[in-house]
Structures are given as C-alpha cells and as structure tokens.
Design a protein around this ligand. Structure first.
Ligand SMILES: C[S@@+](CC[C@H](N)C(=O)[O-])C[C@H]1O[C@@H](n2cnc3c(N)ncnc32)[C@H](O)[C@@H]1O
Length: 281
C-alpha cells in the first residue's frame, strides 16, 4: 500500500475525537505492538470519527484495523460535497452578521428555510457546529429547526475532501457487545475503548440509547487485555478500577497492574482538565 496521508484531526467536526491524545496513543501502540503490526488486529470499538483507527493504520500499516462506525461518520465523509454546498448557502446568508453574534430573527428564518429546502445530504453535526454556540449539539434536523438560538460560527472555507482518510480500514457498525463477541477469544487482538463518558452530555452521538452507568458496567465485564482505554477524570474511571482491584471484584485480574498516562487537555487559556489513558498488555 502507498504511504497513507496522516490526519491529525478528523476531517469533519466530531465531538470527543481524540486529537489531543494522538502522541501518547502512538507511544503506547508502539509499546504493545512491534514493527508494522503484521499478524495483529486492532479493534477500535467506539470508533466515533475513526481518528484512532486511522492513526493506528498509519502507525501499524500491516495490522488489520476494525473501525466501528456506530454513528455513520463514513457516510458524512462520502457526502462532503453536499456539506460544502450547504455551508456556502448558509455562509452567504449570514456573512453580514458579526462572527459569533446571535443571528437576527429574519436571518435565522432564512437559514431555516434553506435547511428545509436543501436537496441533498445534511450532516447535522457539521451544520450544528456552524450555528450553535460552544459545542452545543442537535440530535437531528427537526431538533435544530425547533429548539435553538443560532449564532454566526459558520465555517469560512470548504472542508477538503478526505477520500483517503478511511483507507485500509475494515469498517463495521455494531453495538460494542456484538463486535466484542467476535474477537474476545482471538489472539493478537488489541482493543481500543473510548466509550461515551458516563455523566457527560452525549447529544452528539447516535442516541437511541444513552450510554449510562449500567452500559458502562456491562462493558467492563467484557474488557480484557491487551487494551487501551480512554478515560475522563470526570467519570471516576481510575477510582472505579482501584475499587475493582482493591476488593478483588469480579474480573479484577483483567485490570490488575494496569498502567496509565495522564493527559493534560488545554481547551483555552482558562479551561484545562486532565484525562487518562489506561492500558494493559
Ligand atoms: C467518545 S466517542 C469516540 C470518539 C473516537 N475515539 C474519536 O476519536 O473520534 C464514543 C463513541 O461511542 C459510540 N457509541 C455509543 N454507544 C455505543 C454502543 N452501544 N456500541 C458502540 N459504540 C457506541 C458513540 O456513538 C460515539 O461515536
């Protein structure tokens, strides 16, 4: 295969993509899997934007990489031309409004009319990133049209096409439990776990089911090494692991001796937080 272009962020907006973690992720990947990954399978169980699967493919080009595209992100990538067309329409309608200012009612009405009449694929998360403030999300077009205040955060330029971004990945779309049942008994399989963070808003994701505490506990019954697990300090993940290991709760052996990397995430000059990458080989 030709050398793959290495993306350091997902080509289209995706809340929760792990772009700030890529350096540490690659370091851990190299510790777990030698050379080019020949003979290995890497399963990106909560694939989201595919950024981890893509990065794994760049680092370990001979490995078989499964990207679990639960949200249909690959379809959004295939339809970038519609997203760019819609962006241009909305940009033209809003360009006289100051950046990041609220849209006046008449402009909002024009934008909504354009959204309703648009004859093509609508990538709701991209559209939301142009009109809603500070990472707010809409679950679908109906929601975007009914419940929100609009601002002018419209992207100034088109998204570049990203035909090669998912190149070499094996794309599937399954709930994590079904996917894991296919791989848990196999050797030389590394699992990447980046589930929705419990106790946080999940409006950006496919949302028939909220990924809550019970789902998290079900997932933890399936986790086994080698794995890399992304965790938020806000979800008390490390405290949970220490509890399981300390009291030797069911399955504690899967986590005993885990290692972690602290990742400082800087959102802006006032907002920092710390997350962890937990791993065991
Ligand atoms: C934090 S995001 C993953 C972000 C990803 N690592 C990235 O870099 O873009 C969590 C993902 O898990 C997905 N998800 C939610 N419930 C799921 C389930 N039952 N099975 C598989 N994936 C699920 C969400 O839709 C979302 O795409």
């Amino acid at each position: 295969m030709d050398a793959i272009k290495h993306y350091t962020q997902a080509p289209l907006p995706f809340i929760g993509q792990k772009r700030r973690f890529l350096t540490d992720f690659k370091t851990i990947l190299n510790q777990c899997i030698a050379d080019d990954g020949d003979g290995w399978t890497i399963v990106d169980v909560f694939g989201g934007s595919g950024l981890l699967a893509h990065t794994a493919k760049c680092s370990k080009p001979q490995a078989h990489i499964i990207y679990n595209d639960f949200d249909g992100y690959a379809i959004c990538l295939q339809n970038i031309k519609y997203t760019n067309h819609l962006r241009k329409i909305i940009f033209d309608l809003t360009q006289h409004v100051s950046r990041n200012h609220k849209l006046p009612e008449n402009v909002k009405n024009q934008v909504q009319a354009a959204l309703k009449s648009f004859d093509g694929f609508v990538d709701i998360h991209s559209v939301a990133s142009w009109l809603l403030f500070s990472g707010r999300q809409a679950t679908n077009l109906m929601d975007l049209l009914s419940n929100h205040t609009y601002f002018n955060c419209v992207r100034i330029s088109d998204y570049p096409s990203a035909d090669d971004y998912l190149c070499g990945l094996d794309i599937t779309s399954k709930s994590y439990a079904d996917l894991l049942s296919e791989f848990l008994e196999r050797d030389k399989v590394l699992f990447l776990f980046d589930p929705p963070y419990v106790c946080t808003a999940q409006g950006a994701y496919r949302n028939e089911t909220y990924f809550g505490m019970v789902e998290f506990l079900k997932l933890m019954r399936l986790v086994r090494p080698p794995f890399i697990f992304f965790s938020s300090t806000r979800s008390e993940f490390l405290d949970y692991l220490d509890l399981v290991i300390g009291y030797k709760l069911d399955g504690w052996e899967q986590f005993a001796g885990y290692r972690k990397i602290n990742v400082q995430v800087c959102l802006n000059k006032n907002a920092h937080y710390e997350d962890n990458l937990v791993y065991k080989f």
